[in-house]
Write a protein that binds this ligand. Structure first.
Ligand SMILES: *Cc1c(COP(=O)(O)O)cnc(C)c1O
Length: 371
């Protein structure tokens, strides 16, 4: 493992500004209608790790292609982890981050699982801060969207022997982002995947690593072939218990005011920061919160009996997305009228967004101002 503290950190960022960027007019056009994941900002943050030396050479530089040796471990053995977070434009024009220290901490956990060097939390936060500050003109107006921030780490040592890399690069890129699902789409449909699994006990399900996503793509294709937007994965052992979507956690709301979400103790579910925040807000709103296993057959039965009122997916990218239909080899199941956003889902989404965009007070001290 390469996690032992190395020599003293060299933490002053060297800043190289982009001089031949696109025009302000062109940028404003992109930021006004950014879509998702294509309107990239001008700069990137890079910090290098070398065994024996530790983290060094932090830089902000113009966004550009990477130079990698073709034997770099990330390309062969998938030593890669990432995070997803957003910067929000506040009513006064300032820029806010939402629980960024939770992303920094989870990034360390992911690194530990993947035998990668652990980046100190304050360096993670400093890199994000510096990038958002230099590219602040890319943060859309709140009615348009957010700046989506993608910190990630790759193993860069050129070595085909299977072992943890001795060299890493931590990089942060960002893009202006509109709604993940087009906002007038209403509730999404979800394919219940009964063949492949996302994670198994002892596997990498709690690490935010690219490999988990690669393994989920065939299920996503199958879901798409059945006309579904998203995929719900079940547990690996019994293919019975709800786990999560490919990149979002899942929550159920019952007629008696109970909110249920799968528990984290199986070690197979990503510890979503949106999940955690919504559980807190649900408790604040007087809902009974239960983190307990819930079977797919039960979901079909409870929906048919009218006990299950609302189901939604949650994560940073898509925030809170209502689910209207489940489809599987066993047939279809409709939640509510299959289209609308239920009242509890709407209230939780609104409360969360109001805090994230700085429109209301922040009782849990979640929001951090960058600019
Ligand atoms: C990132 C992610 C989530 C959501 O986590 P947030 O911190 O809420 O963005 C859920 N599931 C998986 C598999 C993820 O990778």
């Amino acid at each position: 493992m390469t996690t032992a503290p190395d020599t003293a950190l060299e933490t002053a960022f060297k800043i190289t500004r982009k001089t031949d960027g696109i025009s302000a007019v062109e940028r404003e056009r992109l930021v006004a209608d950014p879509g998702f994941g294509r309107a990239f900002t001008d700069h990137m943050a890079v910090i290098t790790y070398t065994e024996g030396r530790g983290w060094h050479s932090p830089e902000i530089l113009p966004r550009q292609p990477l130079m990698l040796d073709p034997a770099a471990s990330v390309l062969h053995y998938a030593q890669e982890i990432f995070e997803g977070m957003k910067a929000y434009r506040a009513p006064d024009g300032g820029i806010l981050l939402f629980r960024p220290e939770a992303n920094a901490r989870r990034f360390q956990k992911s690194a530990e699982r993947m035998a990668m060097a652990q980046l100190p939390e304050d360096l993670f936060l400093e890199a994000v801060d510096q990038l958002v500050t230099i590219d602040q003109a890319w943060v859309p107006k709140p009615e348009v969207g957010t700046l989506y921030i993608r910190p990630f780490m790759i193993a860069t040592e050129a070595a085909l022997g299977v072992k943890p890399s001795a060299e890493f690069k931590f990089i942060v890129i960002a893009c202006a982002a509109g709604e993940y699902f087009s906002s007038d789409a209403g509730a999404v449909s979800v394919w219940v995947e009964e063949n492949s699994v996302r994670a198994s006990r002892g596997g990498t399900g709690i690490a935010k690593c690219g490999g988990n996503y690669a393994a989920s793509l065939t299920a996503q294709m199958e879901g798409k072939a059945h006309g579904c937007h998203q995929v719900l994965f079940l547990d690996a052992e019994e293919r019975r218990w709800l786990e999560e979507m490919g990149g979002m956690n899942v929550m159920m709301v019952f007629e008696d005011g109970t909110l249920v979400t799968p528990p984290l103790d199986t070690g197979t579910i990503l510890h979503g920061i949106t999940r955690d925040s919504l559980l807190t807000l649900a408790r604040d709103n007087g809902l009974t919160v239960k983190e307990e296993r819930y079977a797919i057959d039960q979901l079909y039965a409870d929906a048919a009996a009218g006990r299950l009122k609302e189901v939604f997916a949650c994560g940073t990218a898509a925030v809170v997305t209502p689910i209207g239909t489940f489809k599987s080899g066993k047939g279809d199941c409709t939640i509510g009228d299959g289209r609308s956003t239920g009242p509890v889902t709407a209230k939780l989404r609104q409360t969360l967004c109001d805090i994230q965009f700085g429109r209301t007070n922040d009782p849990h001290d979640w929001v951090k101002r960058v600019v």
